[in-house]
Design a protein around this ligand. Structure first.
Ligand SMILES: NC(=O)c1ccc[n+]([C@@H]2O[C@H](COP(=O)([O-])OP(=O)(O)OC[C@H]3O[C@@H](n4cnc5c(N)ncnc54)[C@H](OP(=O)(O)O)[C@@H]3O)[C@@H](O)[C@H]2O)c1
Length: 259
């Protein structure tokens, strides 16, 4: 049955940056389809709270702290999941940051480096940690959370945009190298989603006027509107998809060039 292909029962999923926003919504979606979810972020108390809430709803979840830019945290996260569950089927590299809004020529090197470490280097390193596990298991699904900024750049967001472009490239290269091990790698590019990260953008009236005019659906999305795609890419329903970049942006990238 095709419906059965969406069933994630028996699969173990790690979602980084899942204490709130898009990561939390995707973790909930995966758990609702039967996965055991590992909710991860920098703060143990925050991920414990989300895991507890999921458990109260009858879902299977635990919280494990991991600052994705810290190598020892990344290693501990994978070790702990393997100790507890003995497998990893799904990795969603969702944790992201955007600490600098300003011109390229004034971009502080430390903020550029921070953005790269969290948004792209951690995804590469975490993927490399799960690769031998997924290979031994006979497959797995890795999902990167990029952005429409990974396809179409905006002024004043150079570090973020470079990292999100790189994430798409990483997914394509991993797909090519890891496909023969049945490890699929796909990338989601959200448009504007109402979360803490987008607060500053969404509260900018001038920007929102132009956004509402240009976005085909005329509105930003809620985090749960990102979850269905994650469930699909994590599951066997997408068993022939790898190396894909999927945009979920309410039609924003198709904004009219004139008028
Ligand atoms: N919101 C949008 O409009 C939008 C659009 C396109 C793409 N995205 C992408 O979607 C992803 C999620 O963003 P969001 O909007 O859901 O953000 P959010 O609501 O601000 O949530 C960010 C999450 O990441 C965690 N986090 C932050 N730094 C971390 C680190 N160094 N290590 C581990 N976890 C960390 C935060 O938890 P703690 O504070 O507990 O660590 C939180 O759970 C990001 O990659 C972002 O670039 C967002």
């Amino acid at each position: 049955m095709i419906k059965e292909k969406f069933n994630l029962t028996g699969k173990v999923a790690i979602i980084t940056g899942a204490s709130k926003g898009i990561g939390e919504a995707m973790a909930r979606g995966l758990a609702e389809f039967g996965a055991t979810v590992v909710v991860s972020s920098r703060k143990q108390a925050a991920v414990d709270a989300v895991a507890k809430q999921f458990q109260a709803e009858g879902l299977t979840a635990i919280g494990i702290e991991c600052h994705v830019a810290k190598p020892d945290h990344r290693e501990k996260l994978i070790e702990k999941v393997m100790e507890k569950y003995g497998r990893i089927d799904i990795l969603i590299n969702n944790a992201g940051t955007n600490p600098y809004f300003g011109p390229i020529h004034k971009m502080p090197e430390n903020l550029y480096q921070k953005t790269m470490d969290i948004n792209i280097n951690s995804a590469l390193a975490l993927s490399n940690l799960v690769y031998p596990i997924m290979q031994a298991q006979g497959g797995g699904s890795i999902i990167h959370i990029s952005s429409i900024e990974g396809i179409h750049s905006s002024a004043m967001m150079a570090a973020y945009d470079i990292s999100k472009h790189a994430l798409i490239a990483l997914g394509k290269n991993q797909a090519i190298e890891w496909g023969r091990h049945n490890i699929r790698v796909n990338t989601i590019c959200p448009g504007y989603v109402k979360t803490k990260l987008s607060e500053a953008l969404l509260s900018n009236e001038e920007l929102m006027k132009s956004f509402e005019k240009n976005c085909a659906l005329g509105r930003y999305s809620t985090p749960d509107e990102m979850a269905g795609l994650a469930v699909f890419l994590a599951s066997d329903a997408s068993s022939y998809m790898t190396g894909s970049t999927i945009v979920n942006d309410g039609g924003l990238l198709h904004a009219p060039l004139f008028g």
